[in-house]
Design a protein around this ligand. Structure first.
Ligand code: NDP
Ligand code: HSE
Length: 425
């Protein structure tokens, strides 16, 4: 069989930072059939390592959407607002395919942009937007979604996984691990998007739509970041046989589904516990294949550039998929399950005055709320006269756990608020 290949394609690249350059370098080296006509950047006078020869530089990203010679616009600027939003929308309206690494844009405006794409018979490819170099969009969109996916979850933020790994393995403090991740080009322009869990939430929202054929609904995703994790949490977790990971989780439960991002204790012998540094992992559970695990680099110039290249080659081969696998007009409505109605086992860390009767009071509160204790440990706190109590509970509904935690927080001899981490799996 002969594939219908586009011999020569003209593209425009908007954004020439970590991702834009990573992509450019790869096509420059290996894909001479791709013709970069125009590149948009913010600062035209910035010194760049690349000799642009015949490529026209512009600071007006929208020119790429308006340029009739450009077939495909590759958006690597970032952010859910203009210029990325206007550029992508105009490019689609001008019947150009779009490739983007921008998960924020798709999580916020994805439904609208996909409708525009479908109406104009063009597509949006976004492999680079989720888990960097891991081909998870293609795997779910073109394969696994046909098997009734019931759960999709994983480590979706390279920056957070890098920080957690450095804290756990090297005892690095949070701020210096974050600085390293920024130097390596993993972090978002505003790293709060990484450490507060927002970036992972953008990604799990998109994966949830792909997996469950539901509209993209970022506002339904529960979000907690890693900024409250402390060094001693790693050693306590280890004593109980766990590691700490930031997970994005989407799960279908009957006519309900949930989307959540928060730090989790995961069993140290699980696949996901062994995924370190900027690596990402996505686990898909469906009714036919069972469990599939995808692991690879989630951030950085080369993996992300490679994902964009693969998206472009698909377009050149005329292998064009609808952005969500099926039409956005045929998505189904599932009800959102509030996290308060989900059940978890919990890791609780409580710093209390080291006095007789304090422990009994805590266990009384837990017992009154029918929360049973699986394991517990008490050590001297670094604060003189105080003790750290760590408790692993059995499964309990979140709303009951939160009520009990509030009661413990109201006790007189508590030093600061109870820290809790949900246990996954
Ligand atoms: P960078 O900050 O490294 O690069 C952003 C680029 O966009 C720069 O070239 C900048 O221009 C350009 N830009 C900014 N504002 C404008 C504007 N108003 N008009 C034209 N160009 C503009 O970001 P990244 O490459 O890291 O990220 C880009 C996108 O890719 C984001 O959506 C991000 O979430 C996503 N992503 C990032 C990954 C990573 O590992 N870094 C991995 C996967 C996805 P100038 O060079 O002049 O400053
Ligand atoms: N800031 C993101 C991360 C980039 O650290 O995972 C890749 O999407």
């Amino acid at each position: 069989m002969k594939l219908k290949m586009i011999k020569k394609i003209n593209i425009g690249i908007a954004g020439f930072g970590t991702v834009g350059q990573g992509f450019f370098n790869q096509i420059n080296k290996f894909h001479k059939d791709v013709n970069v006509l125009q590149i948009a950047v913010k600062n035209l006078t910035k010194k760049r390592k690349i000799n642009f020869k015949k490529i026209k530089l512009t600071s007006k990203a929208n020119e790429l959407a308006e340029n009739p010679e450009i077939h495909v616009v590759v958006e690597c600027i970032g952010g859910s607002k203009d210029p990325a939003y206007a550029l992508v929308k105009n490019a689609l309206n001008n019947k150009k395919h779009v490739i983007t690494a921008n998960k924020a844009l798709l999580a916020i405006h994805g439904n609208e942009l996909i409708k525009v794409a479908e109406a104009n018979n063009v597509t949006i490819n976004y492999e680079a937007a989720i888990a960097g170099g891991v081909p998870i969009v293609k795997a779910v969109r073109e394969n696994l979604r046909h098997n009734n996916i019931v759960k999709i979850y994983g480590i979706l933020n390279g920056t957070c996984n890098y920080i957690l790994t450095k804290m756990e393995q090297e005892g690095k403090n949070f701020a210096s691990a974050l600085k390293d991740a920024q130097k390596l080009g993993y972090a978002e322009l505003d790293p709060a998007f990484d450490i507060k869990g927002v970036d992972a939430a953008h990604k799990i929202t998109l994966l949830s739509s792909l997996a469950f054929n539901v509209p993209i609904k970022f506002s339904s995703t529960y979000i907690e970041g890693i900024d409250k994790i402390e060094l001693d949490d790693f050693s306590f977790a280890k004593e109980f046989g766990y590691k700490i990971k930031l997970l994005g989780i989407a799960e279908k439960k009957g006519s309900f589904y949930e989307q959540r991002v928060h730090p989790c204790l995961v069993k140290e012998d699980s696949e996901i516990a062994k995924v370190e540094n900027e690596l990402n992992a996505v686990v898909v559970i469906d009714e036919m294949v069972g469990k599939s695990v995808f692991i690879g680099p989630g951030a950085g110039a080369k993996p992300t550039g490679a994902a964009i290249t693969a998206d472009l080659i698909d377009l050149m081969r005329n292998n064009i998929s609808l952005p969500l696998g099926g039409s956005i007009m045929e998505t189904v409505k599932l009800k959102n399950l509030n996290i308060l109605d989900s059940s978890f086992a919990y890791y609780l860390k409580i710093i209390v005055k080291d006095e007789v009767g304090v422990m009994r009071k805590i266990t009384n509160i837990l017992a009154r709320n029918k929360i049973s204790i699986d394991q517990q440990k008490q050590v001297h706190s670094s604060k003189k006269g105080y003790a750290s109590i760590v408790i692993i509970t059995h499964n309990i509904k979140e709303k009951i756990a939160i009520k009990a935690i509030k009661e413990i927080n109201n006790m007189k001899r508590i030093n600061n608020k109870v820290k809790f981490i949900r246990i996954e799996g």
